[in-house]
Write a protein that binds this ligand. Structure first.
Ligand code: PMP
Length: 431
C-alpha cells in the first residue's frame, strides 16, 4: 500500500498563498497532481485537467516535453549540482551566451543567475544601488515602482510591490520606494538625481489582475530613464519567453532595459532557475583593484544550477526547433477569438488580454460598478467549479486567469474557455 499522501499533506504541509483552514477542512480533498502530458495534468484518481495557467505561469511547453526530459537526463549523467561561487560550468556558460544573443543590439551581455523571480528582481535592485554607490552617485537610492505592482515575496521584492496584501506583517525593511501610476507621473517627480532605478512589469501587470498598460508607455519610460540616467529594470518574470507573442515583452516597443529579470518560463517550468541580464556598463562598475571592495556580495546556493541551465538550453532549443516564435501570432489570434466567445456572458465585465495571457473579470452584472465584494470569493468559487469541468486555474480576486501553455492547440484553448463559461454559469448564474 502506498502512503496516504492526502492525509500526510493535510497533516504536515503548509501551502503558499492558501487559506489553510479551507485546505484542512475535513470535507476538502486536495487535488494531488501525479502526472502530466502536454497541456494536461492527471490527479490521484486518474481525472484529467487542462493546465489553464501553465502551472502558475511557468510551463510554457506544457508537461513531459521529450526534448527537455532528454536534456535533464543527459546532464544527470555528468553532474547535477556544483557550486557557482568560484566555479563555472558548461550549461551555465552556454545559456548565458544564448540568452544574451536573444536581446537585439547586444546591449545586455552579462547574466547573473539566481533561482526564482523574486531574487532575480532583488539582484537587479541591489546591483543598481551598489553601482551608484561605488560609481560617484551614492545619493541615487530611490526606486520608482508602480501602483499594484508585484515583483515577488522576499523582503526586498515585497517592498517594491504595490499590493498591500502581499507585503507581509511588520515589513519595515526594504528599499526607499516611491510608487506612481503612469509614465506621465515620472515628469513630475522631484529630486530626480536621487533616483536609482524605475522598475515595471512591461505591457501587463500580473498579480494586479492582468492589467494591460497603455501602448507606448514602456517606450516613454525608457526615454525618460535615458534622459535622466536612471536605470530601467524590467520584470519579465511572467511575460518572458513568448507569453506576450514575442520572446520578450520589451520587444513590442523596441525597448532594451538596463536589467532584464527572467524566471518562470526560463526552464520551460521544469526546474527553478532565474537570470538577471545586464549591461557591460553595470558590470564594469563592479570591477576594482585587488581588494574585494567592489564585489557584488550576493548569491544563492543553487545559482547557475547545472540541471536548471540544461533544461533552459533545451527550452530555447524547443523554441528554435518547433519554430514557436513564428507560430505565436496565429496562436494569439486563436486565443483572442476563443476569449471573444466569453465576452457576451452577462457576468463577464471585462476581458484583458496580452498575447497568451488573459484576465476574465466577473461581476454581478455588465455594469462595472457592480463588483462582487472580495469577501464573497467569487473568483475562487469559479475556479473551484472549473475543476469539475476539467480546468485548473487560479483567480486574482474576481479576475479568472487563463494562461495556456504555448503548445496549446486552438481546440484546447476552446475547451478552457468552455470550462470557464460553464463555471461562471454555475457560480454567478447565466442571466
Ligand atoms: N515578478 C512577477 C511579475 C511575477 O509574476 C512573479 C511571480 N508570480 C515574481 C516576480 C516572483 O517570482 P517567484 O515566485 O519565482 O519568486
Amino acid at each position: 500500500m502506498p502512503p496516504d499522501f492526502v492525509a500526510l499533506d493535510k497533516a504536515h504541509v503548509w501551502h503558499p498563498f492558501t487559506p489553510m483552514q479551507d485546505w484542512c477542512a475535513p470535507d476538502h480533498e486536495p487535488i494531488m497532481l501525479v502526472d502530466g502530458e502536454g497541456c494536461w495534468l492527471t490527479d490521484q484518481h486518474g481525472n484529467r485537467y487542462l493546465d489553464g495557467n501553465s502551472s502558475i505561469w511557468t510551463n510554457i511547453h506544457g508537461h513531459r516535453h521529450p526534448r527537455i526530459h532528454a536534456a535533464i537526463k543527459a546532464q544527470l549523467d555528468h553532474v547535477a549540482h556544483t557550486s557557482f561561487l568560484g566555479f563555472a560550468n558548461p550549461p551555465a556558460a552556454q545559456l548565458a551566451g544564448e540568452l544574451t544573443a536573444l536581446i537585439p543590439g547586444g546591449r545586455l551581455n552579462k547574466v547573473f543567475y539566481t533561482d526564482n523571480g523574486s531574487t532575480a528582481i532583488e539582484s537587479a535592485v541591489r546591483m543598481s544601488l551598489q553601482y551608484w554607490e561605488q560609481n560617484g552617485s551614492p545619493q541615487r537610492t530611490r526606486i520608482i515602482s508602480f501602483d499594484a505592482a508585484y515583483h515577488g515575496d522576499t523582503l526586498g521584492a515585497a517592498s517594491l510591490g504595490g499590493i498591500p496584501l502581499f507585503k507581509g506583517s511588520g515589513n519595515q525593511f526594504g528599499y526607499a520606494v516611491q510608487r506612481i501610476s503612469s509614465a506621465e507621473q515620472l515628469e513630475s517627480l522631484d529630486d530626480v538625481t536621487s533616483i536609482a532605478a524605475v522598475i515595471i512589469e512591461p505591457l501587463i501587470q500580473g498579480a494586479a489582475g492582468m492589467r494591460v498598460w497603455p501602448q507606448g508607455m514602456l517606450k516613454q519610460i525608457e526615454t525618460w530613464c535615458r534622459a535622466h540616467d536612471v536605470f530601467l529594470i524590467l520584470d519579465e518574470v511572467m511575460t518572458g519567453f513568448g507569453r506576450t507573442g514575442k520572446m520578450f515583452a520589451c520587444e513590442h516597443e523596441d525597448v532594451v532595459p538596463d536589467f532584464l529579470c527572467l524566471a518562470k518560463g526560463l526552464t520551460g517550468g521544469y526546474l527553478p532557475l532565474a537570470a538577471t541580464l545586464t549591461t557591460q556598463r553595470v558590470f564594469d562598475g563592479f570591477l576594482g583593484d585587488a581588494s574585494e571592495g567592489r564585489t557584488f556580495f550576493y548569491g544563492h546556493s543553487y545559482a547557475g544550477s547545472q540541471l536548471g541551465c540544461a533544461a533552459a538550453l533545451a527550452s530555447l532549443a524547443v523554441f528554435r526547433e518547433e519554430r514557436l516564435l513564428e507560430q505565436l501570432p496565429a496562436k494569439v489570434t486563436s486565443f483572442t477569438s476563443v476569449l471573444d466567445t466569453l465576452r457576451a456572458h452577462p457576468h463577464v465585465i471585462d476581458i484583458r488580454q496580452c498575447g497568451l495571457i488573459a484576465g476574465i473579470e466577473i461581476g454581478k452584472s455588465k455594469d462595472p460598478r457592480e463588483e462582487y465584494p472580495a469577501a464573497d470569493r467569487m473568483g475562487v468559487k469559479a475556479c473551484l467549479a472549473a475543476r469539475r469541468h476539467a480546468l485548473l486555474t487560479r483567480p486574482v480576486v474576481n479576475t479568472l486567469v487563463l494562461m495556456p501553455p504555448l503548445c496549446a492547440t486552438e481546440g484546447e484553448m476552446q475547451r478552457m474557455a468552455e470550462a470557464l463559461r460553464a463555471s461562471i454559469d454555475e457560480v454567478c448564474g447565466s442571466d
